[in-house]
Ligand binder design. Structure first.
Ligand code: IPD
Length: 311
């Protein structure tokens, strides 16, 4: 398909915004049913396992994905669709993000949170063309937080406030010495307990960063906090907001990150699929590649002190 015109992209954006609102409402209606209680409505607790005991799917994931897929097929029958529940079940790679116009959707990111009614869950909708996420919609209905962006049009919180909301002119120094930052990293779904495995390295790096150990041997110092929201999508939204300084995760799928990448990039933040450079404030950063499993995001730097008039 040829290039997409500005006018067409704006129309797709308007459609995606409405789709995100409707899908988010479906999530919240389903959550509300469970909050209201009753044996019948608690049945969402009866989730199904995919790859392992922490990789779960509920009826709500499937219903919302079916709704989004139908709406897109009706409006844009020639566009491709990639959705977590249509493809996954955690390991299938029989889809391809190529140069075709493609919708990449996670109907419910933070499924475990949703099951436990921890409010950090959302719908994530991205429109990708020529391998680049151009439009991102993330809606967390429990907290009523709506993030949206379209390339060239800016990134927004609740459609009115430009991202980043939190402006900090000083960029976090480097990923290896993230002193004074809020660092976010998920536990992911691969919890295998091997001595040299992912889990052990992750715990060790949390301890290094979050305690006085971080200040030793030139490691840079302690982070202000380490967070795990349970939603990679919302992590990226909070980096775009400027609330999180750095987010890192190994083990993500495209539907976890595509909308967040669109929003973060439009807000002026950085995202890469490479291992972190020593100091991303000065070193070149490799362009993000969808299809990788490892992602690192860094918040937008706010205006400099000369721009703000601050000392
Ligand atoms: C998961 C969440 C989780 C992250 C996983 C994702 P899901 O998505 O975003 O925080 O650690 O990598 O797959 O299953 O809730 O849609």
């Amino acid at each position: 398909m040829a290039d997409i015109s500005r006018e067409d992209l704006d129309e797709i954006y308007a459609f995606a915004v409405e789709l995100g609102k409707q899908a988010g409402k479906m999530l919240m209606d389903a959550a509300q049913l469970r909050i209201n209680g009753g044996d019948e409505t608690q049945k969402e607790k009866e989730h199904v396992q995919k790859e392992n005991a922490v990789d779960l799917v509920t009826e709500t994931d499937e219903n919302v994905e079916a709704f989004i897929k139908t709406q897109i097929a009706n409006k844009y029958p020639l566009h491709k669709f990639i959705g977590e529940e249509s493809y996954s079940k955690g390991s299938s790679r029989d889809y391809l993000i190529d140069s075709a116009p493609t919708w990449c959707v996670d109907p419910l990111d933070g499924t475990v949170n949703y099951i436990h009614l921890f409010p950090m869950f959302c719908v994530s909708i991205a429109f990708i063309h020529k391998n680049k996420p151009l439009i991102g919609i993330i809606y967390a209905p429990f907290t009523n937080q709506f993030f949206s962006s379209c390339t060239g049009r800016g990134a927004f919180f609740n459609q009115t406030q430009r991202l980043p909301l939190v402006r900090n002119p000083v960029p976090p120094m480097s990923v290896n010495a993230p002193s004074g930052c809020i660092f976010s990293c998920e536990w992911g779904k691969d919890r295998r307990d091997t001595p040299d495995g992912n889990m052990h390295r992750k715990i060790e790096s949390f301890v290094n960063m979050a305690t006085e150990l971080g200040g030793r041997e030139g490691r840079g110092g302690m982070v202000h906090g380490v967070r795990s929201l349970g939603s990679a999508t919302l992590d990226l939204a909070y980096v775009a907001m400027g609330a999180f300084d750095i987010w890192w995760e190994g083990g993500c799928w495209e539907w976890d990150v595509a909308a967040g990448i669109a929003i973060l990039q439009e807000a002026g933040g950085l995202v890469t699929t490479a291992n972190p450079p020593d100091n991303y404030a000065t070193d070149p950063i490799e362009e993000v590649r969808l299809g990788s499993r490892l992602y690192l995001a860094i918040r937008p730097a706010g205006p400099s002190s000369t721009e703000t008039g601050r000392e």
